[in-house]
Design a protein around this ligand. Structure first.
Ligand code: FES
Length: 121
């Protein structure tokens, strides 16, 4: 039944920062998967140059809603985020952000994530 299924899942709305397109993904609660894993599993591209080991900042996303249900960011994540462009209080690294599933999430994929960073030096 649907109600049984919805008790074990939650929704993540991925919003493209460039086009405003939204894609809703249903994810399992308490799987320990990161936002990056969930997005890639659903065919949503988020850059992940280091392969998800917190050694770059290309998987930078913004948590527009539901951040309270996500794992806290580590010092290492904060250090990497310091190098990312356009960082705000909502910024996280998708590979380090693990939602518990107690809340639905809205995740913005910043425009620069898809186009790589081109800083005007
Ligand atoms: S993929 Fe490199 S920090 Fe997330």
């Amino acid at each position: 039944m649907n109600s049984e299924k919805s008790a074990q899942t939650f929704k993540i709305t991925f919003v493209s920062g460039s086009t405003g397109d939204r894609q809703v993904v249903e994810a399992g609660r308490g799987t320990g998967e990161s936002l990056l894993d969930i997005a890639l599993g659903a065919g949503i591209e988020i850059d992940h140059a280091c392969g998800g080991v917190c050694a770059c900042s290309t998987c930078h996303i913004k948590l527009k809603d539901g951040s309270a249900s996500c794992s806290e960011s580590s010092e290492q994540e904060e250090d990497q985020l310091d190098k990312a462009p356009g960082v705000s209080a909502q910024s996280r690294l998708a590979c380090q952000c693990i939602p518990s599933g107690s809340q639905d999430l809205v995740v913005e994929i910043p425009i620069w994530n898809r186009n790589r960073v081109r800083e005007g030096h």
